[in-house]
Design a protein. Structure first.
Length: 1055
């Protein structure tokens, strides 16, 4: 049965959503309540994290070939891998380095590759390298692949102890790890900085040789004794019985009593060697927490988990665990992503609340109390629906989605304001409530929908950007599209329902209670037989003046258009003075200090550099507020505790300190002091002082790559570029990624003489390895642990490098042969590392910024400064710009690919609404006007134009066209009703003035809280400035342009 007709229901055979809502008020109320409750519940379910997830399109291929030089590794391993991988078209580039005994290839997939295809590409890479495995050197020890770069250890603890051995400390850490793994939402818990245990056979090589035993022979004896070999089975009737042979080394006593036959003597290993448990000396990786040796326990959350809930569970569990640890064993919180996220979410919620209050205030003050209440009630309904759909599409709360919510908040009231303003105006004209509530749908629903979809289309380039930066910022489109679409639904269903019950009668409006813009003295409105919309609201002094201004602009349309064009040209010329940026630095409190020594630096030198810096930091704290903590990583970098962190690979000449400051002021003060320190007190170090980054990691903001096959040529060019960079006052800590050659001791063997004496190169290499390092000969098995069994010389022999020539080698005939008799020993130089990019040697010259200057401007300055160098480049040498400029260009390129779709969507929507090519072109011509306000706002507030600001500027064009299409559509309606061109333009502009200005004011003022955000601040300022200027031009320029355009086409727009 049809619902009964309500009094005043409009006689219109077209389906009207507003009418339907008023005829089904109980159903509408039910869905409003359901949406509100569901939104609250969905909000509690939304995952919370610091950053949105994005895919790391990098794989690392690592090979080990002990004994080979860097050049041999490059030619026999690295080049073979890179050559084979060139067959995969999806690879963007390959970076690699070859060190003595080590090859590492970084495979970077093209940024426009869809994330879903990445796992298959990793499989293809493994398969192709597997196909050429037989071409590598036979003694290549390992070839590993690593594509797990997205694991984030957001919460880390340091465990320290007084008087415990590294093994005992590890057992305590393992116990803590087992407890933490039982908590929900935890994906993995890993230990960092653990020192692997070793069983050490320490002996004198000279004594061993005197017994007629070579290190190689002893190693072979132990390997044969300790090898696990199947000894077969036999059938005994119905049973099959396995045979087991004893004799494997299971205890240190077994090792000490191992029998050795030396000539006519029967000895045990314990009689000629010291056998003990120990650790690598020096350890491969060492960690200090506030100067004390420590292990780190890293906790990684499952994808989509709630980091806040995880933080609470960890806090409770750690408190319990600490009570059960032995006396002296302490757990220290190193970094807590839950605390950071909670603080970040609280800040954004505070900003969201501020924006909500601002929007409500604009609505209430401008529309009147009861009219404003309609808009005010609609906002939480739209937000609740947004949270519901965010939960449905698995969009969590993080810095991007929260910023997008604030951005959308200023826009989602636009349709509600237009609808309620139209309803209020009709009630003032004496229309009944039902007619007034339904009229907005009939009059403006389709233009509003078109305008809303055009605004959403402004975010399309973000959605279609297939890149890491696009993936990182995609939720701006997702959240904005959801919120704006729901705002239109609310405007045509919820607002009429609320207005029907809440708006005052027309008599109350006449008493001056409808808002600030209506409290002026009435004057006469010009006669217009064609228009049915004018009423006392527009017969005021304010609107009379506005009418005069718009009429003047129409009469002097040429001057208005020329003035606007001049403003636009000036703004575009001035835009060159706006600083450019990729992503701003994070506001996290950590400072990351990377220390790189010379390529051949020892572990001891690395440790001393770290201890010196730790001591300086202790003294610094005495004169300043104390730091929260200092974690030093020697021989490696920190694990990924922050998603965009640029993780460093292990190397003995590298160390990293992560310094957690108390606040941003302290962070900047310490950073400046560290920059000064490294320029004067650590000249031997290549140091970098980094703030954490937002977005995909870039590393050094200013980089130039010098590529070429001639190593000396690219080295010379690199030093010339470095000199130019050092001369720039905006750069500090200029350094090269690849320094001078390293020292090497050559042992050149006379192969003819060596063969005559029965000595091989392998015998000599094994002797030297045992004498000056250690040789892994087998393994010990204890429970589920495998412990390396190593052989090395005594400390006394180990230190006597000067006696190298006097070492004796045991020949195959058992004779003792002095090393000097078969080898020439001398010092030489070799490349300690060879960096390549796409199979071409490459040196990167890089530096940090000083002051507030942005990387693109400084890079451009360096480009100008090195022009004389570039003009005289040696043949085969090329220079490329890297750093922030390169990454920003990739992001901008991916966004630019979505612009054609954006334009197609906009033109299609406008054509469907306006059905006139000339009108569509007129609306589109207004889109660039926002650049006038963008340029001057950014210059006024000294804000950079970064990637996020670029996205906001594209979206702003949709906002501007939204206002234009509603105004143009209104003009067309008035002309269709019989008004003259000039009357239609002027009267439509005056009538649309209030909703246009109110919606723009709501959007602009709602951005104020975002201006405090380092990440969204430039975008907020750009949109505020652009929308403010564009709104004024919509009122003044669009009427002039419409009249001019109509004159060009020599016809008025058809209805």
């Amino acid at each position: 049965m049809d619902a009964p007709k309500m009094p005043g229901e409009p006689q219109n055979h077209r389906f009207n959503l507003s009418t339907w809502a008023l005829k089904n008020q109980a159903l509408v109320l039910y869905f409003i309540i359901l949406t509100l409750l569901g939104g609250v519940l969905a909000y509690t379910h939304l995952g919370q994290s610091e950053d949105p997830p994005f895919t790391f399109k990098v794989m690392l291929i690592r090979s080990s070939w002990p004994g080979a030089s860097a050049q041999e590794v490059e030619q026999q391993v690295t080049d073979r891998i890179e050559k084979k991988l060139q067959e995969i078209p999806s690879i963007d580039y390959m970076n690699s380095y070859s060190r003595p005994g080590e090859s590492v290839v970084f495979v970077v997939i093209r940024d426009d590759t869809f994330s879903e295809k990445i796992p298959d590409l990793w499989y293809q890479i493994r398969k192709k390298i597997g196909d050429i495995r037989h071409t590598f050197p036979a003694d290549l020890q390992s070839l590993t692949f690593n594509d797990e770069f997205s694991d984030v250890y957001g919460t880390m603890y340091a465990i320290t102890a007084d008087g415990l051995t590294p093994q005992q400390l590890k057992r305590q850490a393992e116990w803590v790890r087992a407890r933490l793994l039982k908590l929900p939402d935890i994906e993995k818990v890993d230990l960092f900085g653990e020192q692997p245990q070793k069983i050490i056979i320490e002996l004198s090589n000279q004594k061993l040789t005197s017994l007629g035993i070579s290190p190689a022979q002893l190693a072979q004896m132990l390997q044969q004794q300790n090898t696990v070999i199947g000894s077969g089975t036999f059938d005994a009737g119905p049973e099959r019985i396995r045979m087991s042979v004893s004799g494997r080394l299971q205890t240190l006593e077994d090792l000490r009593s191992f029998p050795i036959r030396a000539g006519n003597q029967n000895l045990t290993l314990g009689e000629i060697a010291t056998i003990k448990r120990g650790y690598a000396d020096p350890p491969a990786q060492r960690i200090h927490f506030n100067g004390t040796a420590a292990l780190l326990i890293g906790v990684s959350m499952q994808q989509g988990g709630d980091v806040i809930a995880l933080g609470k569970a960890l806090q409770q569990n750690i408190t319990s665990v600490q009570k059960q640890l032995p006396v002296g064993v302490q757990l220290h919180l190193v970094t807590s992503q839950p605390d950071i996220v909670q603080h970040s979410v609280q800040d954004f919620v505070h900003s969201l609340t501020e924006a909500l209050i601002i929007v409500l205030a604009v609505s209430l003050l401008s529309l009147g109390w009861r009219t404003g209440i309609v808009v005010a009630v609609a906002i939480p309904i739209v937000l609740a629906g947004t949270f519901l759909l965010m939960d449905w599409f698995h969009i969590g709360l993080h810095k991007i989605s929260l910023g997008a919510l604030i951005l959308a908040l200023g826009l989602l009231v636009d349709d509600a304001i237009i609808a309620v303003e139209m309803m209020a105006a009709k009630m003032e004209q004496g229309w009944e409530r039902m007619q007034a509530a339904s009229f907005a749908f009939t009059s403006t629903a389709m233009p509003m929908l078109t305008g809303t979809l055009v605004t959403v289309a402004g975010f399309l380039p973000i959605a279609t950007a297939v890149s890491s930066t696009g993936e990182y910022t995609r939720s701006i489109f997702q959240v904005s599209a959801i919120a704006l679409t729901l705002s239109w639904v609310a405007a045509v269903i919820v607002v009429p329902f609320l207005g029907y019950h809440l708006l005052p009668d027309a008599k109350q409006h006449a008493n001056g209670k409808t808002g600030m813009l209506q409290k002026t003295q009435p004057e006469s409105w010009p006669d217009s037989e064609a228009s049915t919309h004018h009423n006392a609201l527009y017969e005021t002094r304010f609107y009379q003046r506005l009418q005069n201004i718009v009429s003047w602009c129409v009469m002097h349309k040429g001057s208005v258009i020329i003035a606007t064009i001049i403003l636009f040209v000036v703004s575009m010329l001035s835009f060159g003075k706006v600083q450019q940026q990729f992503f701003p630095d994070s506001t996290r409190l950590e400072i990351v200090v990377d220390l790189r020594l010379a390529e051949n630096a020892s572990d001891q030198a690395t440790d001393e550099a770290v201890k010196k810096l730790e001591h300086w930091l202790q003294q610094w704290q005495q004169n300043h507020a104390p730091l929260q903590n200092i974690v030093s990583y020697m021989g490696s970098g920190a694990p990924r505790y922050y998603l965009p962190l640029d993780v460093q690979l292990p190397h003995r000449a590298f160390s990293q300190l992560v310094i957690l400051c108390s606040d941003l002021k302290q962070r900047e003060s310490l950073r400046n002091d560290l920059l000064t320190l490294f320029e004067h007190d650590f000249p031997q170090l290549r140091a970098s002082i980094l703030r954490l980054e937002n977005g995909p990691p870039v590393g050094f903001p200013v980089q130039f790559r010098v590529n070429g096959q001639n190593l000396q040529a690219i080295r010379d060019v690199s030093h010339q570029i470095a000199d130019a960079m050092r001369a720039n006052p905006h750069l500090r800590n200029v350094q090269l990624s690849w320094e001078e050659p390293s020292k090497v001791m050559r042992v050149d063997i006379d192969q003819h003489k060596a063969r005559l004496l029965g000595v091989s190169s392998a015998d000599i290499a094994q002797l030297l390895n045992t004498q000056y390092y250690e040789q892994v000969i087998s393994e010990f098995r204890e429970g589920n642990e495998r412990i390396d069994l190593v052989m090395r010389s005594t400390d006394a022999e180990h230190a006597k490098l000067s006696e190298l020539a006097q070492l004796t080698v045991l020949s195959q005939r058992g004779e003792r042969v002095p090393l000097a008799q078969v080898a020439n020993i001398h010092y030489d130089f070799e490349e300690g590392v060879v960096w390549r990019r796409n199979r071409v040697p490459s040196i990167t010259v890089r530096a940090h910024l000083s002051g507030n200057m942005q990387a693109p401007i400084v890079s451009e300055q360096i480009q100008q400064a090195i022009q004389p160098v570039l003009k005289k480049l040696p043949l085969g040498v090329a220079v490329e710009t890297g750093g922030a400029i390169e990454e920003s260009a990739k992001g901008a390129k991916s966004v630019a690919k979505g612009v054609p779709l954006f334009l197609a969507a906009v033109f299609t929507l406008l054509m469907l609404q306006l059905r006139s090519i000339s009108n569509v072109l007129l609306v589109v011509l207004t889109a660039p006007l926002g650049m006038i306000g963008i340029t001057f706002a950014l210059l006024l507030f000294n804000m950079p134009f970064g990637f996020v600001a670029m996205l906001g500027s594209i979206a702003l064009s949709g906002m501007i066209m939204r206002n234009s299409v509603i105004l143009v559509d209104q003009i067309n309606q008035d002309i269709a009703e019989g008004a003259s061109l000039e009357q239609a333009v002027v009267q439509s502009t005056v009538r649309r003035f209030r909703p246009i200005v109110l919606t723009a004011a709501a959007a602009i003022l709602a951005m104020i809280p975002l201006t405090r955000s380092v990440f969204f601040g430039p975008m907020a300022v750009a949109i505020m400035g652009g929308l403010a200027v564009a709104t004024v031009l919509t009122i003044l320029f669009v009427p002039a342009l419409y009249t001019f355009w109509a004159g060009l086409t020599a016809r008025t727009p058809k209805p």
